[in-house]
Design a protein around this ligand. Sequence first.
Ligand code: PLP
Length: 362
Amino acid sequence: MTIHERYRLSVVINAKGTYTPLGVSRSSDGVAEAVAQALPEFFVMDELGDRASEAIAQVTGAQAGAVVHCTAAGITLAVAATMTGGDPRRTAALPDATDMHNRVVLPACQVIDYGHTNLQGIRLAGAQVDLAGDEDGCTIAELEDELDGPDVACLMLVASRLTRGEPIDLVAAVRAAHRRGVPAIVDAAAQFPRIADLLASGADLVLVSGQKYLGSPTAGLVAGSWPLVQALRAQEKGIGRVMKPTKEAIVGVLAALEEWQAFDRVKWEADELAKVDAFVAAASRIPDVTAEAVQDPTGLQVSRVLLKVADAKRLATELEAGTPSIYVMTDRMAEGELMLELIPLDDEEIATILARLWAVLT
Ligand SMILES: *Cc1c(COP(=O)(O)O)cnc(C)c1O
């Protein structure tokens, strides 16, 4: 009996990317085995935290690292770290931020919703958000205006395909914060493969989700400067209590990081591109369908399949309604476009998607 049969759960083919409501990603057998080995054991949790810090530092080039429950938790705890500096009295007082710098500057075009908005993720620490620029963009001068205000705790930046407007020059934004003695935090939840590049911007902390492109159990990875990572880990005795990582998640992250380092990236990227190209060729044979391969807009070495059809909404609805349910990216559905991410899918699942496209569209 499969796990889906045992608990009466829908079987899903996930072509929607690293999407939280569908279980995000598939872990490898090696990661699953490490998690299974961890579950029946006891550990000194601080030691696990130290090993995770060393492993994150080694893989990313950062001074230190930490694992927290997820990236949403990482946002709250990174803000708390800048507000408290890890001071025990202040850490215990949050979210009461009396006598602390608690203003967080965030570009208005980087207010995003990944299930809740990052505004709430920031405010959970007891911080207030000052938005810079507007929905269509934020210049460095506009950022500087907000950074010049009183009581600024940190600058929060988001590296994601969910942001709007012109991309912000990360290096210039981080410099603007540092000129005022303010730390810069980058939320890059779906950008694990680019974490070293993002740290090279000079950011003090970079946050990524383990369960997205690293394929670990649900976990937020934090990489950055030694003092700020220690201040973040200190939140475990404060608001971080409700955002703590499990032992199995930390062991799963350690195993996933080991696999990542052993892994042939160049071959993987070529294989994934071949998968996308083969799908595009096959989908282009369906009458009235235009298919093309498109590169991730944020610099991730990932290609996706773009399908253009007359009635994208009807197609997406019918794909989801079938058995198994097929989920695709629907951000630009109103424009007649559906996007598919094939990374976690095997040949059989890809064949099922193509067969269903034929059945629905012809
Ligand atoms: C997914 C995502 C998050 C939330 O990550 P979790 O690990 O699910 O908490 C935050 N920010 C961005 C940009 C995301 O893509």
